[in-house]
Design a protein around this ligand. Structure first.
Ligand code: A2P
Length: 265
């Protein structure tokens, strides 16, 4: 893309990409897709820094790539914050607009940071679902784990639209469906009536999560975890997984669970 098309020059060391699709879910949530630079490689579950070419020194924020590493485009799932330095502008993007992306992806919510196991748990709240949207579309996840359970908790039912649609489409897709038969979504709300309600932390403590899914409680022999949500959600979920005997891992030292904070503007 030519920098003449934007008001400000494209900073050195960043990719300038074109928006291909935008979908709004609620007044607080939307998803967008953009072109992917031919040279850009990442591991499913990693995040990148995203900005807009609307200032001499653009504001960049961390965004998990929501698309899998094999996808020819890049997808992102975002919150809209009224006075958010980036999202107040980002929420207005349209097809054809330019988005800036720093060149280096990073992150700990990757298959490489976990030891092999039978069952992988992905715990998310709000936009913390984004890295899991990538990982549940990656065949590598199912090569490593027989069962993949994604939990997604939001305040309201409409905020579950992206995860519910995505999991349904993965299971329906002829290509993904073939490897994703071990995938299930456990979606709950906390502030609006829904068949499944409550924080996953409470549902783990009282055992309802395991009863509903018909699986044994979490054990380091069989289970692995990934956590993505708000600061408090990470802290509480991490403490519970540690009570079950899981140990936090990293890229350099893989273990039985990994943690990453969801993007908050
Ligand atoms: P709750 O409605 O009980 O606060 P938020 O929009 O504040 O990030 O919250 C997103 C979802 O995460 C909400 O359903 C919220 O439940 C839930 N949540 C907030 N804090 C925690 C926590 N410490 N552990 C588990 N779930 C949490």
């Amino acid at each position: 893309l030519d920098s003449k098309e934007t008001k400000f020059p494209i900073p050195a060391g960043v990719f300038a990409q074109t928006v291909t699709e935008v979908q709004h879910y609620t007044d607080r949530l939307f998803r967008f897709r953009m072109t992917r630079p031919a040279s850009f490689r990442f591991r499913s579950g990693e995040f990148v820094m995203i900005g807009l070419p609307n200032a001499e020194k653009p504001v960049f924020r961390a965004y998990s790539v929501a698309s899998p590493s094999w996808d020819e485009e890049l997808e992102f799932y975002s919150i809209k914050v009224p006075d958010g330095p980036l999202t107040e502008h980002l929420q207005k993007i349209k097809e054809g607009d330019t988005i800036l992306m720093r060149k280096k992806p990073t992150g700990t919510l990757v298959n490489d940071a976990l030891l092999p196991g039978k069952r992988l748990w992905m715990f998310s709240t709000g936009t913390g679902f984004a890295p899991f949207a990538s990982l549940i579309r990656d065949p590598e996840t199912y090569e490593k784990f027989e069962e993949v359970i994604v939990t997604h908790t939001c305040r309201e039912v409409a905020e579950l639209t992206y995860s519910k649609n995505l999991v349904a489409s993965v299971k329906d897709d002829p290509l993904c469906g073939e490897f994703a038969h071990g995938l299930s979504l456990y979606a709950t709300t906390t502030r609006e009536d829904y068949p499944f309600m409550g924080r996953t932390t409470d549902l783990m403590t009282n055992g309802k999560l395991f009863e509903d899914l018909e699986v044994p409680p979490i054990s380091p022999d069989t289970d692995r975890g990934m956590i993505c949500g708000s600061m408090n959600m990470l802290k509480d979920t991490k403490a519970l997984l540690e009570e079950f005997g899981l140990v936090e891992g990293s890229n350099s030292k893989p273990d039985t669970f990994v943690v990453e904070r969801a993007f908050v503007d």
